[in-house]
Structure formats: C-alpha cells, structure tokens
Design a protein around this ligand. Structure first.
Ligand code: RP5
Length: 165
C-alpha cells in the first residue's frame, strides 16, 4: 500500500495534526510524519516533495497556519494529491488567513483543502484516495461511516427521550 505523508509547518501544529495521525492508525494505513516549513526549512520541504512519489507515497497531508504556504509549495513540486489543513494558529483571524492561503491556489496546481483544523477529514480523504484501488480499505471506510452514523442515531435517541413528550 502507498504511504501517506503527514507534513506540518511547525511542531506547534502537532496537537491538531495528531488527530490525522490517529485516524490513519485506525485504518492501518502506513504513514510518515515530518516537520518541514515552507519558510524555515524550504530545502527539506522541496526535497521531500520532489522525491515523494519514488519514495512510495500516494498522498501528502500538509498542515500549516498563518501565511500557510506549505501545501501549495509542496503541490508545486509533485503531482501526488496534496491535502491542505489550514491551522488556526493565529488568534488574529481564527484560521481564516490559513484557509484562504491554502485554498486559493492558481489553476494547474490543486490543493484539496479541508476545514480549519480539519485533520480528521484530511486523513479520511487520504484513505478514500488510497481506497480507490484497495477494496479492503474501502470496506474499512464503509464500516467507519456506519459506526459514525450509529453514534448520531444513538445521540438522537437520547435527546428525543430526554425532551420529547
Ligand atoms: C506556520 O506558522 C506553522 O504551520 C504554524 O501553524 C504557524 C506558527 O508557527 P510557530 O511560530 O508556532 O512555529 O508556519
């Protein structure tokens, strides 16, 4: 199976990024985690993106806040799918700065962008991409979706029982 790359711009992003890591672990998907900054360690970020495909990766998750150039700069150097996670690292705009920086890519260099701090969805999307050619993984995704649905139905039952006459 192809690996998922989990890249974050700063170790300060890790508490949110760990949610993506835990999700990938739940699916038994192989992954690597790295801290590469588009601004502070551009050479390392560039080398990683240039060699990601030949190194066995199938998808790249890129989490960054503020100017949030990481996902776009990695996407510029690879044709692997890149999923951007805008991070709410600045109290100034609640992550809107990172959301716009991540999502507003020029035509030709796509970044699939999830919600601010949307690490779980980023991981799920990467699993869905790998599951296109992996039936066993597709079955696990269907089971996860069913379990999530059951949780909501249970919650609904609890609320209805408590408040409805
Ligand atoms: C971004 O700037 C990082 O991805 C992080 O979200 C934000 C702040 O980084 P630190 O100053 O906490 O290292 O590059």
């Amino acid at each position: 199976m192809k690996k998922v790359a989990v890249i974050m711009g700063s170790v300060s992003d890790l508490p949110v990024v760990e949610k993506a890591i835990h999700t990938l672990q739940q699916f038994g998907v192989p992954f690597e985690v790295h801290v590469y900054s588009a601004h502070r360690t551009p050479d390392e970020a560039r080398a990683f993106a240039l060699h990601a495909r030949e190194n066995g990766f199938g998808v790249i998750l890129a989490a960054a806040g503020m100017a949030a150039h990481l996902a776009g700069s990695l996407a510029a150097l690879t044709t692997l799918p890149v999923i951007g996670i805008p991070m709410k690292s600045s109290t100034f705009t609640n992550g809107i700065d990172a959301l716009l920086s991540t999502v507003q890519m020029p035509s030709g260099i796509p970044v699939a962008t999830v919600a601010v701090d949307g690490a779980v969805n980023a991981a799920l999307l990467s699993v869905e991409i790998l599951a296109v050619s992996d039936e066993a993984l597709a079955v696990k995704l269907a089971e996860r979706r069913a379990a999530d649905t059951a949780k909501v139905l249970d919650a609904n039952k609890t609320v209805e029982t408590q408040y409805n006459c």
